[in-house]
Structures are given as structure tokens and as C-alpha cells.
Design a protein. Sequence first.
Length: 259
Amino acid sequence: MAGSLIERTLGVLEILSEDAEGMPLLVIADRLRIPKSAAHRICNELIRLGHVRQDPNTQRYRLTTRLMAMGLSYLASTGASDVIQPILDRLAEESGELVRLSVIEGQHLTWIAKAQGARTGLRYDPDMGREAPLFCTASGHAWLADLSDEAATALIDAQGLETDHPVGPGAPRTREAVFEHLRQTRERGYSWVSDSMGPGTTAMAALVRHPLDGHPIGALSIAGPSVRLDAERVQALGPRLMAAAAELSQASASSRLFS
């Protein structure tokens, strides 16, 4: 990654957001493909600004909570928390699994909110704020299935069929395999993937639409271990998922996040 100073700085923040234990300076420099001295200057400036700290024992660089606080403050200012969270909490309680909301921004789909229904046993809990790979996630399939084949192809080609996250054996590895998932999603009304975004996990998702013109604004998903989310359970949860997505679509009118 060459790029401008701003691109490099944002790259450091994105890399550090992937691991709560922090990253060594050499790893940061290697990931960004920049000199170690340049990575060191960026990290020191971020420390000065209060966004990063360095662990005195391990020397690893870590994010502070400042960026998270900024994100939460922004969500609160949009009214999204008050509108969205009760719907997510209710669906998580009904399903007993992880419920996530992602929003569409340009060509990207990003997870922004969640509710965890599983109180004991196996829990599936990825980090928020990360971009959802379109080719292998239920949320991505829910969005792609609403597009024309040409538009879906353009997004798939732009993002590619690779991700930094280790995918499972059920992940589609060709464009044709992705489109078979999209065909089934269109017939079913919601997407469904197993062993795709990681082995042993299942996820399903429904599109959230703008209440005025119906254009897609996000995706609502349920995810959990495949031992609990088997075919029978997925089919039983389908109507609840779509009803909650429709409720979110209507509720989104009162949040500036979706305007």
C-alpha cells in the first residue's frame, strides 16, 4: 500500500481494529507495505492524538476507545440506536442467536449493530464495523439477489472472491456458484449459507429497504452454529426474520442514518 499519508493512517487504524491484543510495528509495516520508519511515525502521531496506545510490556500498538466512542456518538446523533436496537434485541431473543444489521454505503456492506440471543453454550460473535464479504455471507447474498445480474456481477468482480477472513468449505468459489445462491435467495425471500463465512456456522439474511422508494439500505441477519441453525430451524425463523426486516424498513424513516 503506497498511497497518501491519510490512506496510510487509515490503513493503520483498520489493521489495529482487527485485533484487540494489538499489532507489532513490523506487522503493521508489512501489512501496509510501507517502511517501518513510516509506520512508526504514523503510530506515534496517532498516540499523540489519543487514538492509539503502545503496550509497555509487549510493545504492541493498540487502539484506544476513542474511535469507538466517536462511532457510538455518531449513531446516537442519528437516532439509530433508539430505533434499531429494540428490533434487534427482540429477534435475538426469539431466535436465541446472533442478530446483526449491516448498512449499504456505495459498493460496501458494513455490520454496524448486533444483539446476542445465545446466553450459554456456543456463541458466534464477529466484530462490528467490518465490511461484509459479498460473495460468501448471507448479508451479501441478500443484497446481491435484489440487483440485476449485471449489477451483481459488477459488485462481485469489484470485491473479488477472496477475503482476509478464513472462509468455510461451503463458501462459493466461483461466480456461477454465487449466482446459484442468489437464485435460491430470490425464490426463498431470504438468503441462507452454511459453512461459508467460517466452518460450522450458518447464517440467513433479509434485505432492509428504504420506506419511501424501496431501494436497499441494509441487511438483517441471524447467525449461529450449524448444530443449532439446521434446515428446520432456518425455515422456521424465515418469516420472523423477514417480518423484522420489514419493521426495520419502516422504522428507518425516523433515523438520519438511512437518509
